[in-house]
Design a protein around this ligand. Structure first.
Ligand SMILES: [Fe+2]
Length: 261
């Protein structure tokens, strides 16, 4: 994991309990936020009982394909933007593990980009410019883009923004990594426009094909990635007719964040 940052384990016959137990070997696990009901009202019941499992599917609590108007559909659209999981939390994530239960016949791939390789390839002048910069990340920034999910006041309060260095030292490899995402809205101490322009430029640079691996899923694949040094995004599929049922467990980063040096 420290060398490659993405690991594919095929043919893993896991149920939710086993996936939670396996992920839990690597640290404390994040718990999923409450689910909003179809009309955006109070929390709906969950399809998956365990809160350590993030429901990465297009299914409602009864197991039916979500209505086009369902807010959960708008929310999950944001996964098609380049991001790293949980950068919007102050205690962000180390590894995510995504298990494929049901995959659509076409599309629904996951693209991964290596942000250490991207950092290494940056011009020296850009590396100097990035020294000491801090970005603000918010789940609501990325959700406002694709799909246009509008959070309630309660949701906003429950998930406030977080701040992280734009370049961080990846502990396992000792290499510097860009820590950016579609969750990042601006750079602290810069004008919003200037900061956003820099973040967009970095995101475009880091996701060039030469830094990207595309994973084509097979049922029962378990893919593990390191959120500290990668970006990822889902690719579209026919989500009105096909089922994609993926389940994610996410390990919380309990170490103190290390800025590049
Ligand atoms: Fe993700």
């Amino acid at each position: 994991m420290d060398q490659y940052a993405v690991t594919v384990l095929p043919d893993q016959r896991l149920d939710d309990e086993k996936q939670i137990a396996f992920a839990g070997l690597y640290g404390p696990l994040e718990v999923a936020p409450p689910v909003r009901s179809q009309d955006g009202g109070p929390a709906a019941s969950r399809r998956i009982r365990h809160r350590e499992i993030f429901d990465v599917s297009n299914l409602d609590e009864q197991g039916n394909i979500l209505d086009l108007s369902d807010q959960r559909r708008a929310y999950s659209q944001g996964n098609q933007l380049w991001h790293t999981d949980s950068s919007f939390r102050q205690k962000s994530a180390t590894w995510s593990m995504l298990h494929a239960r049901i995959i659509p016949p076409d599309g629904g791939d996951t693209d991964f980009a290596d942000t250490r390789a991207a950092y290494d390839a940056l011009p020296e002048a850009t590396k100097l410019k990035l020294e000491g910069l801090i970005a603000e990340h918010s789940i609501w920034h990325s959700r406002a883009q694709l799909g246009g999910y509008t959070p309630t006041e309660e949701e906003r309060k429950a998930r406030p923004p977080a701040r992280h260095p734009v370049v961080r030292r990846h502990p396992g490899s000792g290499r510097n990594a860009l820590y950016i995402a579609s969750h990042a809205s601006h750079i602290i101490g810069w004008s919003v426009e200037e900061g956003r322009a820099l973040l967009e430029e970095l995101l475009a640079f880091a996701t060039q094909p030469r830094f990207v691996y595309t994973h084509k899923w097979r049922p029962s694949d378990l893919v593990i990635w390191d959120n500290r040094c990668t970006l990822h995004r889902a690719t579209p599929f026919e989500s009105r007719a096909q089922i994609r049922d993926m389940r994610r467990t996410t390990v919380i980063d309990t170490r103190v964040e290390t800025m590049a040096s």
